[in-house]
Design a protein around this ligand. Structure first.
Ligand SMILES: *Cc1c(COP(=O)(O)O)cnc(C)c1O
Length: 391
């Protein structure tokens, strides 16, 4: 079909630069090992931290929900698409998060869009960490509020932005709880103290902390003992929780407001019964199977130390996300390709997802990996790293 020659040209350029990447379809479930191109490999690239995508209790809950309530809901939440299970789950999630209320959205991405686009006006300002997730950046693009960007996890830069913005009606400081490309945790206690000092609202996006940090995986707010001091928590049900969805955990007013003004909530259909039932079962799993989180952290320590001992640069991660920083983009892709030859699936990530010269292979271990499997992966890293002169 004629008309897209201009896109073709751009794609061609991407291929020339080596930035064009094909999708990699899995032929198995999302386990510690996956099948790609007919070959079994160790999976080190998923966000399935606790292995919940295949948890038997969650699969059973999903199947039962389909049998009883069907495959879909047939409406947006505000018209005819709210089922009792949606509201029951939101109450359960609020209790779990120690917040007054929650509202579930289709994804973490849309949760950020809903909250950021709705609660601020041109009289307000949003103050955002420079390395916040794309969904926060896009949410900010949708608000008429003024914006300020502070240097990554830099408290002085944040305080400066707070000082400069005294004249606005409301100030909202936004940060990721765990940064997805480096695996570092935001200094939330200090950020909250600054927000309290300057009477600013604080919002934390805990996508990579949900199910990972805090008691039973409640997130960074719980991890730092800050329950009741963070105005808005955004979480995802798509990563460690193993299903799909996002939520805003906050006050009853914020929930009520989003039901009226949150555009993804108003104009996009609600979660199918299988999704909500599986998410609800996941909260039970978090409460009942604390050993999953213990195993995740044990594996994290084992794997991180292994990589460091081999001499790789693993940056400043304090979570199960461990980047292997290579620097050169082509070399990072080569490392990923070699690892794949040796039976390890660990994707390389380059500009624009990370800064130029910071290309890396990003790894995430899960509770499901056995130590033997992780040792096998470390052996592959050693072999590939030596062959490429990285270590
Ligand atoms: C993954 C991620 C999201 C998006 O969550 P989904 O549920 O996958 O849409 C939002 N924020 C952060 C920080 C993330 O890492």
């Amino acid at each position: 079909m004629k008309g897209f020659e201009y896109l073709k040209e751009e794609l061609q350029n991407m291929k020339g630069e080596g930035t064009f990447r094909s999708l990699v379809p899995l032929e198995s479930d999302q386990g510690a090992k996956v099948v790609i191109d007919g070959r079994e490999m160790i999976q080190l690239s998923s966000n399935n931290y606790l292995g919940l995508t295949g948890h038997p209790k969650m699969k059973k809950a999903a199947i039962e929900a389909v049998e009883k309530y069907g495959a879909g809901t047939g409406s947006v939440r505000t018209i005819a698409g709210t089922f009792t299970m949606h509201e029951e789950f939101e109450r359960k999630l609020a209790e779990f998060k120690h917040t007054e209320a929650t509202l579930v959205l289709q994804s973490g991405f849309t949760a950020n869009q809903a909250i950021l686009s709705s609660i601020l006006t041109k009289d307000d300002v949003v103050i955002s960490d420079e390395l916040n997730h794309a969904s926060i950046i896009d949410g900010i693009r949708l608000t008429k509020a003024a914006r300020k960007i502070y240097k990554h996890v830099d408290l002085e830069s944040l305080e400066e932005a707070l000082k400069e913005s005294a004249d606005y009606r409301k100030r909202l400081v936004v940060t990721d709880g765990v940064f997805s490309m480096d695996g570092n945790i935001a200094p939330l206690k200090e950020i909250v103290e600054l927000c309290e000092k300057y009477d600013a609202l604080i919002m934390v996006d805990d996508a990579h902390a949900s199910g990972v940090l805090g008691s039973n995986g409640r997130g960074t707010v719980d991890h730092f003992g800050l329950n009741g001091r963070v105005h808005i928590q955004v979480g995802t049900l798509s990563k460690a929780i193993g299903v799909l969805g996002g939520y805003v955990a906050s006050t009853q007013e914020v929930r009520d407001y989003l039901i009226h003004k949150g555009r993804p909530f108003l104009f996009s259909t609600s979660h199918p019964p299988a999704v909500t039932a599986a998410c609800s079962a996941a909260v039970d799993v978090l409460l009942e199977e604390e050993d999953l989180i213990d195993r995740l952290w044990k594996n994290t320590e084992f794997f991180k130390q292994g990589l460091e001992k081999l001499g790789f640069d693993t940056g400043k991660s304090d979570t199960p996300i461990t980047p292997v920083i290579v620097g050169d983009e082509a070399k990072a892709h080569q490392l990923s390709d070699k690892l794949r030859d040796y039976g390890v699936f660990a994707q390389s990530i380059a500009f624009p997802t990370v800064a130029r010269g910071q290309a890396r292979v990003r790894t995430i271990v899960t509770a499901q990996h056995s130590e033997e499997l992780l040792q096998e992966a470390l052996d592959a890293f050693e072999k590939a790293g030596k062959e490429l002169g990285i270590i």
